[in-house]
Design a protein around this ligand. Sequence first.
Ligand SMILES: Cc1cc2nc3c(=O)[nH]c(=O)nc-3n(C[C@H](O)[C@H](O)[C@H](O)COP(=O)(O)OP(=O)(O)OC[C@H]3O[C@@H](n4cnc5c(N)ncnc54)[C@H](O)[C@@H]3O)c2cc1C
Length: 403
Amino acid sequence: MNAPAEAGFDVAIVGGGLVGASLAVRLAGTALRVALIEAATPPASATNWDERCIALNDASHRILSSLGVWPALAADAEAITATHISEKGRFGSTRFTADEAGLAALGYNVPLRAIGAALSQAMANAPDLTVLQPARVTAISESADDVALTVVDGAGERRLRARLVVAADGAQSSIREQLGLIAQTRDYHQHAIVSAVRLSRPHHGMAYERFTPDGPMALIPKPDDAASLVWTVPSERVDDMLAWSDDDYLAAAQATFGGRLGRFTALGARRGWPLARVMSDTLVAGRTVFIGNAAQSLHPVAAQGFNLGLRDVANLAERIVGVGDCGDEVLLRDYAATRRSDRERVSGFTDLLVRAFSNRTPGLAQLRHWGLVAADLMPPVREALLRQHLGHLGLPSDVRGAA
Ligand SMILES: Cc1cc2nc3c(=O)[nH]c(=O)nc-3n(C[C@H](O)[C@H](O)[C@H](O)COP(=O)(O)OP(=O)(O)OC[C@H]3O[C@@H](n4cnc5c(N)ncnc54)[C@H](O)[C@@H]3O)c2cc1C
């Protein structure tokens, strides 16, 4: 066998999901030589991305605008102008509006497929970006000056060297495993069943989060008076519920959600997603940094996973563009330190929501009630929640002004 060719890069991004692809687009056009390695087969039409919708907050809107991909998404995006949070069977609710935030929208609901297609197109338009797909990183070894990656594709095996490896390879990160690093996993024993519903009444841009004893149900506005329905249910019920007829499923969803949006009149395809929280113990190991789901994978109840991953992208890029050695460990540790509070706040809040609202302990019901009252009536609590909702707390300075 011939000796494998070795190519040298500044940054090798392992994983071209939404987060890895966003970083590649962000770094394209800088002086950094960037390679992205993605295991999945590239689709004929750039639409192998799944059918979920992603609720993007205002910070993500700003980041995607700064990447130049927002114009390609705008036609598929539905503005979220208010969010209504309530608990089934109890009084007490709270509502956040774009008006009180002084914005046109709190965020936008966008098909994941559209975000993926826009990022794929932006990568295809970036002449200096090397994309290896389908190709899988199978080994990693670090030396003082760089990291060697073994990459396997249809043509065989090759080696890449990079000053910095960015692991954006998802919750079950193979890079984390190969480096012998640990993640803390909490299985929620819940699945999210995702589908679209058509509504008999206009939603006026209002997103709903309704907590039930079995798990939360979210309705996020889509164009043409439809909504993304994300129904979290105990895992032991998911197979049955996926097998229900559309009519039975719609009737049960309606009974759980209530009549605020009129009748649910039609249902799209359903798919179940197992839900777990996976938190990497470390964000940095030598010249490797973990971002997106590889760093933290969250329950979708607060719609924060990709939003947080995009802030990883924006903050990492701010650190590594224009420096001498983009894989310098001190620089990476500094990055990790700046991400700590955003990451802990968002993951902790998300976990608290899931556990507090999925728990039938009687005392907790009172606490939940007062939590919603406080969120509704106490200005400091409201303001803190609103800022978190918008994602502004983790935005780097170079994006704060762009929109
Ligand atoms: C039901 C549901 C609803 C959600 N809704 C929202 C929402 O409304 N808002 C929001 O912000 N977030 C939401 N999320 C979270 C969001 O989907 C994720 O946070 C985001 O998609 C993670 O992207 P990622 O690129 O980090 O990881 P992934 O999408 O997991 O991508 C990892 C990529 O790495 C590749 N890979 C893995 N190993 C290798 C290897 N060794 N070599 C090469 N490639 C490799 C994989 O093929 C994959 O493409 C939701 C999640 C779920 C489950």
